[in-house]
Ligand binder design. Structure first.
Ligand code: DHB
Length: 308
């Protein structure tokens, strides 16, 4: 039986499938549920300095099984209220990655210290929400800003820092390079693609906020290309995100260079039972292909890499 465990930024994971930020997991109970369902770790909803109600409805539009457009507006209870949720997830034994968002390096650093004190295993910085005014891509769209934010956070905490970068950039790999320079221990790619739907009867955008972020199967080839390019330019591990719904999708990401993957839209569409299917499916596929472990397959699709 192939070994699915991986070490990511110094954190041991029982398998490479992480619950993606913002999906299923705002409460400690839901994070714990994803862990019990077989996830290798869970990433929290992005947490900010103060409570935010998020945008009004509608916030979600779906495209069959192909994709999902959302603009939730970073709803979250704020860092003061959040520690008990982390405690619940940790009490269930979950490996927890705390996601934070801020408007500048100082706010990120302050939040990082607060999130670190909850006992999470690592931090993921949301540098990539594609539509929140003053956050996400607006502060993480340029390499110099990514580097400064990551550096400020790494000075504020000893925890491993994972930078989640945007695909809405001419050169996403340059953002990953900047994150590595700033001291990130891993980079996750990608977040949603900025996207829009129009209701022609109302002659208005479908989502109340207008612009949203596209996720799901439709963006898998974009995510793969970003992971591929990032793998060639950094030496820190890459977490692949974007349209992973089957073990085969995950294996594509791993062969492109991902050491772990995050699963979001597939969980939204099919529930947390998807983790069991992914874990069993990936072990079976690696066995069938004759690979001893997931780690032995990371980046193997790149020219010059040969089978172990
Ligand atoms: C939201 C959407 C994102 O893609 C993201 O990275 C963070 C937040 C949201 O709308 O809440």
């Amino acid at each position: 039986m192939s070994d699915l465990s991986v070490r990511l930024a110094g954190v041991p994971l029982r398998n490479p499938f992480l619950l993606a930020s913002g999906i299923w997991g705002e409460s400690g109970d839901s994070l714990a549920g994803a862990w019990r369902a077989g996830a290798g770790g869970v990433v929290t909803k992005s947490i900010g300095s103060a409570p935010r109600p998020g945008y009004p409805n509608p916030t979600i539009e779906t495209y069959g099984q192909w994709g999902m457009l959302n603009a939730m507006g970073l709803p979250n209870p704020g860092i003061d209220e959040y520690p008990p949720e982390i405690a619940t997830a940790r009490a269930a034994g979950a490996t927890v990655i705390g996601s934070i968002f801020g408007g500048d390096a100082e706010e990120f650093a302050r939040l990082a210290g607060r999130m670190a004190s909850t006992g999470v295993d690592a931090l993921e910085l949301n540098l990539s929400c594609p539509h929140a005014e003053g956050y996400g891509t607006e502060v993480g769209g340029e390499p110099a800003d990514v580097e400064a934010i990551v550096r400020a956070v790494t000075r504020a905490t000893a925890l491993p820092v994972i930078a989640k970068i945007t695909p809405n950039s001419a050169d996403p790999a340059a953002l990953a390079v900047a994150a590595e320079r700033g001291g990130a221990k891993a980079v996750s790619a990608i977040n949603t693609l900025r996207a829009l739907a129009i209701d022609t009867t109302l002659h208005r955008p479908v989502l109340a906020h207008g612009l949203g972020g596209l996720s799901g199967a439709a963006i898998k080839p974009v995510g793969l290309a970003c992971v591929w390019q990032i793998y060639e330019r950094v030496s820190i591990p890459v977490i692949g995100i974007g349209g992973i719904a089957t073990a085969e999708d995950a294996l594509e990401y791993v062969m492109a260079g991902a050491r772990a993957v995050e699963v979001g839209t597939a969980v939204a569409f099919r529930g947390i039972g998807v983790f069991g299917e992914l874990v069993r499916g990936l072990a079976a596929r690696l066995d069938a292909l004759g690979y001893p472990s997931i780690e032995s397959v990371v980046g193997i699709a790149h020219p010059g890499r040969t089978r172990p």
